[in-house]
Write a protein that binds this ligand. Sequence first.
Ligand SMILES: [Zn+2]
Length: 126
Amino acid sequence: MPNLASRARERHVLFVLSVEEQIELEIRARDELEKLRKEATTEEVDPQAVAVDVAIGRLSRLDSMQMEEVRKDASRRRNHRIHELQEALRKMDEGSYGLCAGCGEWIAFARLEQRPEAALCGGCAR
Ligand SMILES: [Zn+2]
């Protein structure tokens, strides 16, 4: 059972993404990753997060807890995306980028353009 990387090499001539498209997607993935990492580091010293604690007298305890949950949720989603983007960049190095992890077929450029970290094709993601 060949792994995805060797399948990618075998099928390289059939690669549906042009070199320009691959470069475009790598740039997008790197930009996105950098943006998310920046967000993650600025959030650690986010003055708004501090302001929530300061303003606690004006907010009910429940409100502040809900805000904390929303913040945590956004941070979880961001960390998940960072992980997915790192994974996509690793696959680009390896040469298996653009292959669906579900069916092994190529993922359409239009989909990767929207979500460079997509690991599944449109069909498998449904
Ligand atoms: Zn698929």
